[in-house]
Design a protein around this ligand. Structure first.
Ligand SMILES: Cc1ncc(COP(=O)(O)O)c(C=O)c1O
Length: 367
């Protein structure tokens, strides 16, 4: 049996915390604008400029952003949505709620990125209404043949960029800004966090107006309608608070420092982790910024117990969706199922000191 231990000397993730935040938070209470006030607008504007997109719609989480994206489309039960098998369940939950048919593509060998051979074949076969591309762990995934299929078949593309804010890959534009809607997470276990938060981006004015309304129980973004509280869509209360936006602004200001730390942490593991039982999942630092440092380990339970004994917390990483949607032929999803079985996240996160990591790695090398 796995024993849950509460206080670890080495938690699995140390988020960035700006020490000056305490003094700044007090000031927003003075303004009496705690839900979607000036700080939220300020953060939306900063993100718009940085990502070079027309619209940023801030919300309460990456899950909320995906939910909002799902609500802008006229989906019917049975409409096909294709995404990759290895992703967090939040990618598909909004579409399961709408009774859509989820089709899953495999990932590439020992990598979390989608296998485009598998994805493009499934697109041709199932003619999806929407494809959700997932940019996992600070890596952007794009493909020319996919773009050709999109031009021909006219499906919508949502980019789940929850784990990949600030990544360009080999593209000119940032991941999450290349198709219809991009969804991002600024949760506590991401490089840039606002404790809880996320946002949608789009360059399409009509979609942006819908997203803004959906965030506010469907009440239209036009001020005159908002005053009358007339809903034009079905939505929920998904408005972020200025308190969270305040955290987001401070973290965003430190993005370059945070990104550099994340790269240094990965490099430290790459240089010092010399245990053949722990196979590092490779990231190309030229194009990517890893949020998580992950290894493949044959006996997760045994490794978990070893780490527990040394007060090291590990995380079992992203699991595959075929566990939830059971009607798939497993042999088509071999690579992602393999990852789901053996992948573990090691202690990481932008607030870790390299000194602590060296100590952790010394212990891990003895496993
Ligand atoms: C791939 C992916 N999509 C969506 C989400 C949901 O984001 P949030 O936790 O902010 O709701 C996550 C969260 O980790 C994620 O990893």
């Amino acid at each position: 049996m796995i024993v849950i231990k509460k206080n670890y000397k080495y938690p699995w993730f140390k988020p960035f915390v700006d020490k000056s935040i305490k003094s700044k938070i007090g000031k927003i209470f003075d303004k009496n604008l705690n839900t979607m006030g000036l700080k939220t607008k300020e953060l939306e504007n900063k993100l718009k400029k940085y990502l070079n997109v027309k619209h940023v719609i801030l919300t309460t989480s990456g899950t909320s952003a995906l939910f909002m994206a799902s609500m802008v489309y006229d989906l019917k039960p049975g409409d096909v949505i294709i995404t990759q098998n290895l992703t967090w369940i939040a990618t598909i939950n909004p579409f399961l709620i709408r009774n859509c048919k989820i089709v899953l593509a495999d990932t590439i060998h020992k990598q979390e990125n989608v296998n485009y051979d598998s994805l493009n074949k499934l697109i041709k076969k199932h003619k999806p209404k929407i494809v959700i591309l997932v940019h996992m762990n600070g890596q952007a995934v794009y493909n020319k043949n996919f773009n050709k299929l999109r031009a021909k078949m006219n499906f919508k593309v949502i980019e789940d960029t929850a784990q990949s804010f600030g990544i360009k890959g080999d593209k000119k534009n940032f991941a999450g800004t290349n198709y219809d809607i991009g969804c991002f997470s600024f949760s506590i276990s991401k490089l840039i966090n606002m404790v809880y938060g996320g946002f949608c981006v789009t360059n399409n004015n009509k979609l942006a107006r819908k997203l803004i309304a959906i965030r506010n129980n469907g009440v239209n973004s036009n001020p005159e309608n908002a005053l009358l509280e007339l809903p034009t869509e079905i939505g929920l209360n998904l408005k972020p608070s200025d308190l969270h936006s305040c955290f987001g602004i401070e973290n965003f200001k430190n993005k370059h420092k945070i990104f550099n730390n994340a790269k240094k942490i990965y490099k430290k593991y790459e240089q010092k982790l010399k245990n053949p039982k722990l196979e590092l999942v490779k990231i190309n630092l030229k194009n990517s910024i890893p949020v998580y440092v992950q290894v493949l380990v044959k006996n997760k339970k045994k490794f978990y117990n070893f780490c527990n004994k040394h007060s090291i917390q590990i995380h079992f990483g992203t699991r595959t969706l075929d566990n939830v949607i059971k009607k798939f032929r497993k042999e088509m999803l071999n690579n992602s199922i393999y990852l789901s079985k053996y992948l573990v996240r090691l202690p990481c996160g932008p607030n870790y000191s390299l000194y602590d990591l060296e100590n952790i790695i010394k212990i891990l090398n003895r496993y």
